[in-house]
Design a protein around this ligand. Structure first.
Ligand SMILES: C[S@@+](CC[C@H](N)C(=O)[O-])C[C@H]1O[C@@H](n2cnc3c(N)ncnc32)[C@H](O)[C@@H]1O
Length: 204
């Protein structure tokens, strides 16, 4: 089923519950560990959403902040990116209501552009980047490479959600053709494979 972003936030579906449970369980030991490094911690949620679902379940930005308040209070800064104004404003309100505005900063913009700006001003912070886009695009290599190529003296952690059916189709294509697929073709192929996947699911 194709979901709009509004449908997505109507209520947390089972797969989103699992995803957020992984995030929550990951944050606790991660933050406890990196907080001992003594560097300021920068948390980034590139596809943040409004922070709460309509069934009152918490979304990823509030889960991240909640854990950071518990494990790294006073030593973290969080940036939560949304390209939809209504999600940005809702998240701003939720953060203000919890009194976290000094540490958490919702930003309105396109992740592809905002991440480039953030990377330019990075110093020695410990960085945690979470990317949970809709569909198979949104974590392309050009976006990730400045973070992957950061000086290894600094701690940089990336947590991504990926569309595995799309990946499996791509791997099958690669295996069938037995040729390396160029990056540009890959970026074109992924949304097509994803749509094929949805179409197959709809007709079966
Ligand atoms: C899968 S949802 C994220 C859900 C969130 N991680 C959670 O668990 O609550 C993806 C979000 O990214 C936003 N989004 C999509 N494309 C974007 C872009 N290019 N830049 C910023 N946000 C984007 C969508 O509006 C949506 O709110």
């Amino acid at each position: 089923m194709v979901e709009s972003s509004d449908e997505f936030f109507e209520g947390k579906r089972p797969w989103s519950k699992i995803k957020d449970e992984v995030l929550e369980k990951y944050m606790t030991p991660y933050l406890a560990k990196v907080n001992t490094r003594g560097q300021p911690i920068l948390l980034i949620d590139g596809y943040a959403g409004p922070g709460v679902f309509e069934d009152d379940e918490l979304g990823s930005p509030l889960i991240m902040c909640d854990k950071a308040e518990e494990r790294a209070k006073g030593n973290y800064h969080a940036i939560f990116i949304n390209n939809k104004r209504k999600y940005h404003e809702r998240l701003l309100k939720e953060i203000q209501q919890r009194g976290w505005s000094n540490s958490a900063e919702p930003r309105l913009g396109d992740t592809q552009l905002v991440l480039r700006d953030i990377h330019k001003v990075l110093k020695g912070q410990t960085v945690f980047l979470y990317l949970d886009p809709f569909g198979p695009t949104g974590c392309d290599f050009d976006l990730l490479s400045p973070f992957l190529n950061r000086n290894p003296n600094y701690s940089t952690e990336l947590l991504l959600t990926m569309n595995m059916p799309g990946m499996h189709r791509l791997a099958a294509l690669y295996w069938l053709l037995r040729i390396p697929v160029p990056k540009k073709a890959l970026m074109l192929a992924l949304p097509i494979l994803f749509l094929c996947n949805l179409h197959i699911r709809k007709v079966t």
